[in-house]
Design a protein around this ligand. Sequence first.
Ligand code: 4NP
Length: 155
Amino acid sequence: MPNILFVCLGNICRSPAAEAYFRHHVQERGLDHAFCIDSAGTGGWHAGEPADARMRSAAQQRGVEISSHARQIASSDADADLIVVMDKANHKDVTDLPWVEPSRVRCLLEFHPETARTEVPDPYYDGTEAFDLVLDLVDTATCALLDYLQERELV
Ligand code: 4NP
């Protein structure tokens, strides 16, 4: 069963949204039991906290529930088949971990079919539009990631 881990800095905004949207697309395709899906942060400052209320509220308005609690990435994540990061700093922080196989680390927006962006911008210090932009990017990119995995018969 493919084990997909979404990673950002704090694990309270972007990666919980990516986890929830990927799960949403997986459920829509009836593949609920085909994946192990989780998220984590490169930092541990928010460990144990629910996702940011602004992120949860923006997703809920679109019918997607974000229910994860933050945790820091750890060597117990070494069994992840794919670690999907939100930005270049996450990519460096994750590939610097001694137990991470670099070929398993990908940036989420590599899978986005349209945007010129390479990073999902951190919305933490911004307003409502920043959270909506994250959800637009994450929705399309996680759907495309699932297409990618299905096309390669990895699920
Ligand atoms: P995230 O956003 O990496 O998308 O979860 C952030 C959340 C918290 C902080 C930074 C980014 N922080 O500095 O506490």
